[in-house]
Structure formats: structure tokens, C-alpha cells
Design a protein around this ligand. Structure first.
Ligand code: COI
Length: 376
């Protein structure tokens, strides 16, 4: 039910005037898959050791967003699948901007190498992402219309599509990029949540695959995170697998703790765990760099569980959530309060300020001195 359109098709050329013209209720967008008009893909084959030209695959008027796949695919059987997540924003000047896409290309390369997959060259990555956003630009939430959380979420995916029954690399890999318009990841947006420390399971082993964005990390988190949700906690926090002594990361995002250097948090220290099994988050890195650009200190180092209660603010940070404030952390029967406003529903000033700064750069409202945005 899908049709393939050659890559040089001119019929689908779209312009700035098409941005945000899809008939969608933008203000009601959640973080769910909404079909757009096409995805793009490129296929690597062992016999040629090369990637095919990027092609657009249209879902079609009656088409479903489905693709045929070999029933012995190494992604399905052995978990050989890695992905990325980034966002495109409609801006006040009518341009669409991607946020730090080359960082995603670089991380996808690290993920691919760790799972013994062929590397997607950064230029191919950029071409595919750019093309997919352009061809679906009517699905980019219009500037200002989707509340604070609206964007076109871009999901690059690389997986073993060739079939193999014995454990070994596939003879074919597919790199695809799909896009979908999203709102806030959590319904409450920035509003603070209580986090639950997962003590029954580990997320990632030292020297395992926790530091890269492999699909299996998210599979391993599903049961723990669903159990936390069933207990009433929307987000779960993992400790290190070796000692259960250090804070690692939340189920789907990085951990950041803020220590104030004055009463109101105008000056602060940004603390985020370093460990060999923590994912190198691009939003976390952005917040670290923003902090440093303002002349304040970043501590990227092991963070002990005992430190938790000494932070003035704690938040989860990732591309999907941007920032979710955490105002208390539960471990078994114990409640660890965070900051002075714990449990009050109040979002700390540093989380608010960093959130506004990132959004303003992403949507072209603030200067972009470090050249993080990329015009589509
Ligand atoms: C992100 O925070 O961007 C992620 O990759 C999490 C994912 C489960 C949506």
C-alpha cells in the first residue's frame, strides 16, 4: 500500500508557505505518532558496501505507515536497532530550523559502531533529515500555535533489515527517517513530578550499551517504568548497576541537579552525572553549554545518591521533554525532598530560565551564538 517516489521528483516541492498547513488540532498535540505524507530511506548492502540514494516513500492517500521487512531481520531477532531523536521548529521569521542535527549524526555513528552496524555518513544523515522535514513541512506545528511544546519530532532509525538466523551481522541495513508533529511529552509540560528510584532492575551495565542510543535500552526500561507509573510516579530514576550508589539517569532522559550560589539561584552550579553507561544527551549538553556561556560552572562527574537531597533543583532533560522538573524522589518508603519548594508544584527558577533560553534559540527568537540551529 506504499508507493515509492524517485528521489528527484519535483511534484512534492514545498515552500515556507506550506509550513503548518495540515488540518490538525495543533493545540491538542500529544507525544504520539501522527502519520504525515512520507518517510525517507536509504539501504546499505554488503555486496556493494554502499548506501542507496535517499528515496521518499509516501504513505499515500490510503496507505498505512508500514514497511515490509524480512521475517528473519537481525533487528527483530537480535535487537540490532539504533535510533535518534531531534526536533524541527517553525520560527517567527517563517524559516524551519533543526536543532543540533550534526550531534545526532555523530551519536548515531557511535551507536552503530557499538552494535557492529554500518555507519551512516553524516552527509547522508543530513540529507535524509532535511528532505524528510521539507517534504512534510505542512506538519511542522505553526509558530506559536502549539503552545510551548509544539515541534516536528524527527526520528532517524537504523536497523538490520537483512535476514540471518545465526548470530552475525546482516547483509542489509535500512536507515530511515520519519517525522511526526508532537506537543509536550508529559501532559503537564514543565510541571514538576515525583520520581521513583528503580531498585529492582538495572538500566545498563558498565561497558554495556547504556551510553549509546540502542533500541534495547528502551525495551529494558519498559517494565520498570510501567511499574513506577502503576505506583503513581510518571518518571523513574536508575542508579549505577555496580554499587547502587551513584545516580545515573531517568528512564528516558538525563539527570541534572542544580546547586544555588545565592538565595534566588541567579548564580548556580549545574551538576550532571558522568558514568560510562549514561547516554550522552544533546539537550543536557546544550544546558551545560548555556550554563558555561553565562560564566557559571558545570560539574560532569559521578553523583552519589546521598547528594540528591542537597540539590536546590533537580530535573530530567532530553530532546522529547526538554526539561521536566522533579520536586521529590521516592526510594522505597523514603521520600527525598528536593530544594525548598518540594511537593509544592513550583518549578525552580533555573529550570524555567534554561527552558525558556533553549526554546528561544530553537524557535529563532534569541541569538544563536554557538550555531546550534540548522536552517531547513
Ligand atoms: C528523548 O528524550 O528525546 C528520547 O529519546 C526519549 C524517547 C523515549 C522519546
Amino acid at each position: 500500500t506504499t508507493t515509492t517516489v524517485p528521489s528527484r521528483s519535483s511534484s512534492a516541492v514545498k515552500s515556507a508557505a506550506d509550513v503548518g498547513t495540515a488540518a490538525l488540532a495543533w493545540e491538542r498535540l500529544a507525544f504520539d505518532f501522527v502519520p504525515t505524507s512520507c518517510y525517507v530511506k536509504s539501504v546499505w548492502r554488503a555486496d556493494t558496501n554502499s548506501w542507496s540514494p535517499v528515496e521518499e516513500v509516501h504513505y499515500g492517500p490510503h496507505g498505512e505507515p508500514v514497511m515490509p521487512v524480512h521475517i528473519a531481520s537481525t533487528a527483530l531477532h537480535y535487537g540490532q536497532s539504533v535510533f535518534e531523536g531531534l526536533k524541527a521548529f517553525a520560527c517567527a521569521d517563517r524559516h524551519v530550523r533543526l536543532f543540533r542535527p550534526r550531534e545526532n549524526a555523530a551519536r548515531l555513528e557511535r551507536s552503530a559502531r557499538r552494535l557492529n552496524m554500518p555507519v551512516v555518513p553524516p552527509e547522508l544523515f543530513m540529507e535524509a533529515v532535511q528532505r524528510c522535514v521539507l517534504r512534510n513541512c505542512e506538519y511542522v506545528p505553526p509558530y506559536g500555535a502549539a503552545g510551548a511544546g509544539g515541534s516536528l519530532y524527527v526520528r532517524p532509525l537504523l536497523f538490520g533489515s537483512g535476514g540471518r538466523i545465526g548470530l552475525g551481522p546482516a547483509d542489509e541495513y535500512t536507515f530511515l527517517v520519519l517525522v511526526t508533529p508532537v506537543g509536550n511529552y508529559y501532559r503537564g509540560g514543565l510541571a514538576p513530578v515525583t520520581a521513583y528510584i528503580t531498585t529492582e532492575y538495572d538500566r545498563a551495565a558498565p561497558r554495556g550499551v547504556g551510553h549509546v542510543k540502542v533500541a534495547g535500552n528502551y525495551a529494558a526500561d519498559l517494565k520498570p517504568s510501567m511499574e513506577a507509573k502503576a505506583r503513581g510516579y510518571p518518571i523513574n530514576l536508575y542508579l549505577d548497576a555496580r554499587e547502587q550508589r551513584y545516580v545515573e539517569e531517568f528512564g528516558t532522559s538525563n539527570f541534572a541537579g542544580i546547586r544555588y550560589l545565592d538565595e534566588r539561584g541567579d548564580r548556580y552550579v549545574y551538576v550532571t552525572p558522568w558514568s560510562e553507561s549514561v547516554l550522552a544527551g544533546i539537550t543536557n549538553r546544550t544546558l551545560m553549554e548555556l550554563t558555561q556561556l553565562e560564566g557559571m560552572a558545570v560539574e560532569h562527574r559521578p553523583v552519589t545518591l546521598d547528594e540528591l537531597g542537597h540539590f536546590d533543583e533537580v530535573f530530567a532533560t532530553g530532546t522529547a521533554v526538554v526539561i521536566t522538573a522533579v520536586d521529590q524522589v521516592v526510594r522505597g518508603e523514603r521520600v527525598i525532598p528536593i530544594g525548598r519548594t518540594t511537593g509544592s508544584g513550583h518549578v525552580g527558577p533555573v529550570a524555567q530560565r534554561l527552558y525558556r533560553q533553549v526554546r528561544a534559540i530553537q524557535t529563532g527568537e534569541a541569538p544563536d551564538p554557538a550555531h546550534w540551529t540548522h536552517l531547513v
